[in-house]
Design a binder for this molecule. Structure first.
Ligand code: GLN
Length: 487
């Protein structure tokens, strides 16, 4: 068995027992990248040299007997909208094609402090807008389970890399499902943490009130370990919450007995593939057989969630992306006459179609004649969705739903039909709208031999309960087979 096939927690033990070195591990994953990257396309850039340098530094520290973090020397891939000092950070956009940040995101400082080995930057939908990684200006990323299919998005590179063994763990970002949806389509585990638990400082903003950075990996333990590294209060992010964050991985335990699981009927309606429904219901049955209590619940405003999300997210995006004007940093058009023409040409040439669509939609819903009719109404529904979740969590500990309506679709199938593409987020956007933590877990393969995802949603800052429930399901399944066998 090669090293890249193992989980971070297994590798952590091997490194600690000196059964392998961080350098051997780093080289094995870099070799794997060389072997499969032409088929998958998960990376925007690979940092061979600095990765090996870090691995050697960790090996020397270990030889000297220094006390190291359990994840020291574990190779990680970073979504390309998270700022890395001295490493190009593109958001997979022409606008930032040559942008090299002068500072690190807080999560990157934390990952460096833990001694993890950063392998490179992962491909994504442009500015994290999309569900298939097809809106990337860079190149396509393919699903390792079937390279004719999309890996999901927008963190498609992060999900595909884990499933292809091109990284042991990765970071993604999730505004409306961008960690969980690609995790589901690639058969890996992905956590969107509670809004405010992971600093957004240095995450290039899409929709600031919804964005969260989160971990992806082959197992619940790996995701729990990485979440403990990245979470915590940060004075550079005013929305980050100052509370005690538990050591999720050390506290992991099975909790099926007496666990109250809510099943909202709105997430199992028409539009959800029968095979997906069946596999999620089967997973719920397994919980029940192991002592969980299953409750039917109702979240009536779910039907408005997609509309609400696309109004709020686009409104915020239109404001956040105003900074890309050719003046401060990023792309500037070559030929122009005067300032206004420079702005116009820069933004017309620098942004792709989907980003332009969101900016126009966002500007429209915020404009004076339409603000009340769209934006204000969306905020009212956001409050309703949040309070429906709060009531639900009075009677249950977690909520179980499908992550995505169906398994991965073919490349090109939805790219010209934005509404169909947006529908992919129908089960995931509510957790962002309400600021809740949610995790996607592999729950079997469909008849096309493609992975399907089970989503568990938790109460605010109840990551431990959520991770314990996810861990329980993983134990019931006998572990996840996250690595693609198709490559
Ligand atoms: N697919 C959703 C969108 O296109 C979610 C994106 C995300 O979570 N970053 O907006």
């Amino acid at each position: 068995m090669r090293l890249y096939e193992k989980t971070a927690s297994e590798l952590s033990e091997m490194l600690n027992n000196k059964e392998c070195s961080a350098e051997e591990l780093c080289k094995d994953v870099l070799d794997r990248i060389n072997e499969t990257e032409n088929k998958v396309g998960a990376y925007v850039s690979v940092s061979h040299e600095s990765a090996l340098e870090n691995a050697q530094k960790i090996d020397t520290a270990r030889q000297r007997g220094e006390k190291l973090h359990p994840l020291a020397g574990i190779p990680i891939g970073i979504k390309d909208n998270i700022s890395t000092k001295g490493i190009r950070t593109t958001c997979s956009s022409k606008m930032l094609e040559n942008y090299v940040p002068p500072f690190n995101a807080t999560v990157i400082n934390k990952i460096n402090n833990a001694g993890m080995t950063i392998l490179g930057k992962m491909n994504m939908d442009e500015f994290a807008m999309g569900s298939s990684t097809e809106t990337s200006y860079m190149h396509l990323t393919r699903n390792p389970h079937n390279t004719d299919c999309v890996p999901g998005g927008s963190s498609g590179g992060s999900a595909a890399a884990v499933s292809a063994g091109e990284a042991i763990v990765t970071l993604g970002s999730d505004t409306g499902g961008s960690i969980r949806q690609p995790a589901a389509l690639c058969g890996v585990v992905g956590l969107k943490p509670t809004y405010g638990s992971v600093s957004r400082y240095g995450l290039i903003a899409f929709a600031s009130s919804l964005d969260q950075i989160g971990p992806m990996g082959k197992s619940v333990r790996d995701v729990a370990m990485l979440q403990s590294v990245i979470c915590g209060h940060d004075k550079y992010d005013a929305t980050s919450k100052a509370i005690e964050y538990p050591d999720y991985a050390s506290n992991l335990k099975e909790n099926a007995k007496g666990l109250k699981i809510g099943i909202p009927k709105e997430y199992f309606g028409s539009g959800i593939d029968d095979e997906v429904k069946d596999s999620v219901m089967k997973a719920i049955k397994e919980f029940e057989l192991n002592g969980a209590e299953i409750k039917e619940i109702t979240l009536p405003s779910t039907e408005y969630a997609i509309n609400t999300y696309y109004i709020i997210a686009s409104a915020e995006a239109s404001s956040n992306l105003a900074r890309f004007d050719g003046v401060k940093y990023g792309y500037r058009a070559e030929n122009y006459s005067g300032l206004t023409d420079m702005y116009e040409k820069t933004r017309s040439e620098g942004f792709g179609d989907e980003v332009k669509r969101r900016i126009m939609l966002g500007t429209f819903v915020l404009s004076s004649g339409y603000f009340d009719a769209y934006y204000k109404k969306a905020i009212r529904i956001q409050n309703r969705i949040s309070s429906e979740f709060s009531s639900a969590f009075e009677e249950c500990d977690i909520i179980a739903t499908p992550t995505v309506p169906a398994s991965a679709f073919k490349i090109g199938e939805n790219i010209n039909d934005p509404v169909k593409m947006y529908y992919n987020d129908v089960c995931t956007v509510t957790a962002n709208i309400a600021g809740l933590p949610a995790i996607s877990l592999p729950c079997g393969m469909d008849s096309k031999n493609m992975p399907m995802g089970l989503q568990l949603i938790g109460n605010k800052f109840a990551e431990q309960t959520l991770l314990n429930s996810a861990y329980t399901y993983e134990k019931i399944c006998g572990g996840f087979d996250a690595l693609s066998k198709a490559l």
